[in-house]
Each structure stands twice: as C-alpha cells, then as structure tokens.
Design a protein around this ligand. Structure first.
Ligand code: COI
Length: 356
C-alpha cells in the first residue's frame, strides 16, 4: 500500500487528535506492522547537528537510490513501548536509555545523532500524535520504532553527507505467537550474528538481516527462534535473533556479559536490577552451552518480547527442556514485576517510568 505524506505542523495537529480509539481488533494484536497516523522526521548534514524535526502524516519516504543506508547499511534502529494506564495516562519506559543507546550506535556507524532531549521529545510528540493507536490497558502497547539512517548520496564507501532520524509507531501484542507460553530454541553452530570488533553490540540494521537465514531454517523445522554462540570458540552463549538470554540455576540468574558482540538490552538491564532488588544474585559472565543442560529455567528478554520463557533448547540434535511446559517461577515473578512497573500498576521506585 502507499500512504499519503502531507506535512503537518504540530499546532494544526493538536486539533486533529482524537482520543477515540482506532477501530481495530484490540484483542488479537500480534507483532505485525500496522500503519498509524503520524511519523516524526528530523534531518541533518554530516558534521552538523539535528535541530528541528516535524510530524508528518505517516507515509512513504523518498530516498535517493545511492543513499548510504541502502548501499552500505549505514543505519540504526531502536525500539521502545508506550502503555496506556487505567486512568488514561500514557507511560514510556526508560526512553533516555534508548536515546543513549542510539547515540552509542551512531558513534560506531559514523552518524550524527539527536541529543537525549531531542530523542525523548520526539518520542513523546509522536506517541501523542498517534494516541488513538495505543492499545487499551492490558491489551498490548504502542511499539515505537526510531530509525537513524544515512539518507545522503554516496557511491564510494564513505559516511553519507546527510542523515535522517525518523520515528514511526505501531500497536503490538505478543512478539512470539506463543505469548507467555514457552518458546523452543535451536542453537546455531555454523552461522553467527556478530564477531569481536564488529557491530553486534549496536542496533545496526545489518545485524538483523544477518540472522534471517538461520532463523528461517529454524522456523521451517518448527523452532521458534535461534540461539547464537560466540563466533570464536563456538561455545559461549550470545543471544537470540531479537532478544537477550538468561539462565536460572539454584535461584542464581546469569546472562552473557556485554562484551561488544551482544546487544545491551534495556529490558536485560532492567531485569538485572529488578532481580537484584528482590534478593536474587545475578551474574554477567561467559556462559557455556553445556550450562543449558543443567539450568532450572531459561528465559529471553527484550523490548519486543518483554520476557519470554524458553521451553526447550536443541543443540547438535540434543534437546533439553525446562519446567512442565509452563513459565518458570523466577521468570514469572520477574515478568510480573517488570510489566506491572511498565503499566503503572506498581510504584516506580526506580524512577524508570515517564508519564506523558
Ligand atoms: C526490540 O526488542 O525492540 C527489538 O529491537 C527487537 C526487534 C528485532 C523486534
């Protein structure tokens, strides 16, 4: 489909916003793209600073065929969610963390990036403009997708002369069709998503293209997704295509340390803090693939997946399963704590929640 792309000023927008919810099936949201009303766009030249962005009607964007992002993958994305509270207020979860991560990634990819303030303001404006697409309480969330790309023309391998920061949003429910039911992972032993010194630790778009082949093969065999190993020793756990991984053994949590090949998840970081605040010991370290065979629980974390329990992992044809096909006790406890916080159902003692 094509969508119109009329520019609108923020002032004229205010009168257009209606709080009447969009007419969609709120009970069956998955994680698929749905066009909404407005997107945010801000541009800047190489060596310059982002200054003034604007809301536009959601629609196609124009890119020159020689844009840096199209030719050499000079692009980043991020992801965060807005929740609608029972009292009607809208909540964001740690948006400054996404801003900081985008800035880190931009440095790695030789791109200018919005300031934290610009990023957070742009997110707020975009969410407000699309308010009717925020699901009712407990039905899901509005997924916010910031993009940063080299939109200027290049031919040789060089940073683009112009950059575009864009935010679009889409209402979402569960990432995996399993919902809170456990997912089944397979370990990939040949293909890797990241290498030391590469870009695995930033949210560059190419990292996600790199997982598609293994993920497609895994899905064809009935697995939910792929768990990657480190590319040097092929022995240490890294992450799943779209999320981080945690193991629980004797009530101690462990997750692969952030060493440059693993995406520093904001949900990962939040779960570590929530777990510690509840008295759990949490280790960030190298985890061998063998430890999976001895774990009590395994779960994934991410903005999109939130917490997803792992029901089984298959490695070189050997399958290990966890629990009685349900979510583990520790994962359930952390899931409740985190989501209650994100939805404004418990007091935010961490100062993580931003109300619009
Ligand atoms: C997120 O969790 O927001 C992500 O960026 C994962 C994405 C690949 C869906």
């Amino acid at each position: 489909p094509t969508y119109s792309s009329n520019n609108v000023g923020a002032a004229s927008l205010a009168s257009n916003v209606t709080c009447e919810l969009a007419d969609i099936d709120w009970d069956n949201l998955g994680f698929g793209f749905m066009p909404t009303d407005y997107m945010y766009i801000m541009k800047c030249l190489q060596g310059g600073d982002f200054s003034k962005g604007e809301l536009q009607r959601f629609g196609n964007i124009e890119l020159i065929p020689s844009a840096g992002v199209l030719n050499y993958g000079q692009g980043l994305f991020d992801g965060l969610k807005a929740y609608r509270k029972q009292d009607g207020n809208i909540l964001l979860f740690r948006p400054e963390e996404n801003a900081l991560r985008l800035r880190m990634g931009a440095e790695r990819m030789c791109m200018p990036s919005p300031t934290v303030e610009q990023f957070v303001e742009a997110v707020k404006v975009t969410v407000q403009a699309n308010e009717r697409w925020i699901p009712p309480p407990c039905k899901g969330s509005l997924y916010i997708r910031p993009l940063l790309m080299g939109s200027g023309a290049v031919l040789s391998v060089t940073p683009a002369p112009e950059y575009t920061f864009l935010i679009y949003v889409s209402p979402v429910g569960n990432y995996f069709k399993e919902g809170l039911a456990p997912i089944n992972l397979v370990i990939e032993t040949e293909l890797h998503r990241a290498t030391p010194g590469g870009t695995g630790g930033v949210k560059t778009i190419g990292n996600y293209a790199a997982v598609l082949k293994a993920q497609t093969a895994a899905k064809a065999k009935g697995y939910s997704d792929v768990l990657y190993l480190d590319s040097v020793h092929k022995r240490y756990l890294e992450e799943v295509s779209s999320c981080n991984i945690f193991l629980v053994k004797d009530n101690v949590l462990s997750t692969p340390a952030i060493t440059g090949t693993i995406l520093p998840g904001i949900t990962r970081k939040s779960i570590i803090d929530v777990a510690r605040s509840q008295g759990f010991q949490v280790e960030e370290r190298q985890i061998t693939v063998d430890e999976l065979f001895d774990a009590d629980e395994v779960f994934c974390t991410g903005t999109a997946v939130v917490i997803s329990p792992v029901g089984s992992v298959t490695y070189l044809g050997k399958r290990v399963s966890y629990g009685n096909e349900g979510i583990g006790v520790v994962a359930q406890q952390l899931y409740s704590s985190l989501t209650r916080l994100q939805m404004g159902l418990t007091k935010d003692t961490m100062d993580w929640v931003v109300e619009l």
